[in-house]
Design a protein around this ligand. Structure first.
Ligand code: DC
Length: 226
């Protein structure tokens, strides 16, 4: 029987890791988990509840149930049985996500859920997948892009008039994600670094597929990080 294949993808916001992770999962026929969406989903609940301060947030966490549909063509996050996927890109949810992501108990709770989801083959993306969630992943990628390129990509998503907001969002989230005490964003020592600044999606994907060494039957047979 084929063993579970676990691919870890990390990187800062706007680096292209979601686009690449989704497409890789589709081509390999694997499940796909965007762990940022899980932080966002909990942030959505915190905002809805108007919870303020660590105590209220942890109290809410203890009463939260989260399920993830890891289908790359229909990825969804349900909080207490409600599909909140459509709310996850709201600006206040984005900002709230990086705030709840600094709370160690929130991280521990989500990491346990994420490890559960990775019992079967999966492409999982986030900030700490290769370092904390799946340190023994079969293949790890760390995706980067120049800050200006990432701001341009965010602006293209949000609309031309949003350039200043996009710039603030990228810079502020980089600062929080990299400086927090628990699981700051960093590349695992054995991650393959891909700079997408001047690459097309196909070029980046080709590097990933080559590193995964797909065999004749379409099965990934392990990493080649040489
Ligand atoms: O990837 P994203 O922009 O959807 O992530 C939302 C926030 O969640 C981001 O500020 C960083 C945080 N996050 C994290 O701390 N750890 C992860 N594994 C994924 C996301």
């Amino acid at each position: 029987m084929r063993q579970a294949i676990r691919v870890a993808i990390d990187g800062p916001s706007g680096s292209g890791k979601s686009t690449l992770g989704l497409e890789l999962a589709r081509r390999l026929g694997l499940a796909y988990v965007d762990t940022g969406a899980m932080y966002r989903a909990f942030a959505w609940k915190v905002l809805q509840a108007g919870a303020d301060g660590p105590e209220e947030i942890l109290d809410l966490l203890a009463r939260t149930e989260m399920t993830v549909d890891a289908d790359p063509d229909a990825f969804r996050v349900l909080v207490d049985g409600r599909d909140v996927t459509g709310h996850l890109r709201d600006p206040e949810v984005s900002s709230g996500a990086s705030t709840v992501a600094v709370i160690p108990e929130v991280r521990a709770w989500l990491v346990a859920l994420q490890r559960d989801l990775a019992q079967a083959s999966v492409v999982m993306e986030g900030r700490d997948i290769g370092t904390v969630v799946l340190p023994d992943a079969d293949c790890k990628f760390f995706i980067v892009a120049d800050e200006n390129v990432r701001i341009e990509r965010r602006t293209a998503q949000w609309g031309e008039s949003s350039n200043r907001a996009a710039s603030k969002d990228v810079k502020e989230r980089d600062r929080r994600d990299s400086s927090r005490k628990t699981s700051p964003l960093r590349a695992a020592d054995d991650a393959i670094l891909i700079d997408t600044s001047e690459q097309t999606i196909e070029e980046s994907l080709a590097i990933m597929l080559a590193a995964l060494r797909i065999d004749a039957s379409g099965a990934a047979v392990g990493a080649d990080s040489s």
